[in-house]
Ligand binder design. Structure first.
Ligand code: UDP
Ligand code: MG
Length: 316
């Protein structure tokens, strides 16, 4: 982007975590794709604490004036990396895309054209997913089905974060203060005119997935707790149900003890009852704890991320 024009037509935000091998091809294909839209564009890479040479590769590419980068002090996670990209990008329209080329850069033009038909969000919906484990595909599918059942907002099925959004939506997202980002939920929540186009999702071309099962579980919990109080309601409902059942068992116990006087020293039943109720209470406390831990994170108000190095001059 030239300094004469402060606001490029399009920004492409790319979170990168250990992607040194993918960057050369990614850069070529993104550049071609962006140039087919406008000569005013920026590629904004967010290095999320990579352990390989991603940063030095990015620095090399930043000789191109269209390339900007932000480098975190450590790994903060994919959603935070994208959020930082949204904070720093300056384009009138913004694309979010993965660095591993599972999202084809050639599709950006189609997304852009669709957006210009008068939408604020156009996401890319996967028709197929290649090279991903059966486990990952089924857990993802199950998760989004459950999520759409228990939340009031409608998160489109079979989409990642690959999408184009207007500046208007970017500004709103930047004002949303939550610490536990679940961008695809937040983007759906803001409303406006949203649509999608379909594509076949490819295999990642090099490197390994940065989404371990641990990170996926965190991500799923963030999605549920940021958009639904269902777990809390569920805990309360089961609590009530079991209280009613225990009430009748208590009546029966008293009846056997004092009226029929037909009773055994009730060690077994006592233990079972105590364990059962105790278990239910623990589940309830656990669920409440999930929410409270997120509340306290938000109250703490720490910065979302820490930037170590960057060639972005627009902020700080
Ligand atoms: N990523 C990141 N931080 C992380 C994990 C991943 O910035 O902690 C980036 C990664 O470089 C890629 C994108 O997020 O550009 C999607 O990650 P990945 O391909 O590993 O996830 P998957 O496609 O397997 O769900
Ligand atoms: Mg991937």
């Amino acid at each position: 982007m030239t300094l004469t024009n402060q606001y490029p037509e399009i920004s492409i935000v790319v979170p990168v975590f250990n992607e040194e091998k993918n960057i050369p091809e990614l850069y070529d294909r993104l550049t071609k794709s962006a140039q087919s839209i406008s000569s005013e564009y920026e590629l904004l890479f967010v290095n999320d604490g990579s352990k390989d040479n991603t940063l030095s590769v990015l620095k090399k590419y930043s000789e191109d004036v269209h390339v900007r980068y932000i480098s975190f002090s450590r790994n903060f996670g994919h959603q935070i990396a994208v959020s930082a990209g949204l904070n720093y990008c300056i384009g009138k329209t913004v694309v979010i895309i993965d660095a591993d080329l599972q999202d084809p850069p050639e599709l950006i033009k189609d997304l852009y054209v669709k957006l210009k038909e008068g939408y604020d969000v156009v996401y890319a919906k996967r028709k197929t997913r290649q090279g991903e484990s059966y486990m990952k595909k089924t857990t993802a599918k199950l998760f989004y089905r459950i999520l759409s059942k228990i939340t009031s907002i409608n998160i489109p099925l079979d989409t990642g974060d690959f999408r184009i959004i207007s500046r208007k939506v970017v500004e709103i997202l930047n004002k949303m203060p939550e610490q536990h980002k679940f961008l695809r939920g937040q983007i759906s929540w803001v409303g406006f005119k949203q649509t999608f186009i379909e594509y076949d999702r490819a295999e990642r071309i090099a490197g390994e997935t940065g989404y371990t099962y641990r990170k996926m579980i965190r991500f799923a919990l963030d999605g549920i707790t940021s958009f639904s109080n269902f777990p809390l309601k569920f805990a309360t409902a089961t609590g009530f149900l079991f209280s009613i059942v225990s009430f009748f068992i208590m009546l029966y116990t008293l009846y056997s003890r004092f009226i029929t006087r037909d009773y055994q020293p009730g060690w077994a039943s006592l233990m079972i009852t105590i364990l059962f109720i105790g278990g239910i209470q623990l589940i309830g406390i656990g669920i409440i704890g999930e929410y409270i831990s997120r509340l306290s994170d938000n109250v703490r108000n720490r910065p979302l991320y820490i930037i170590d190095e960057s060639n972005c001059k627009n902020k700080d």
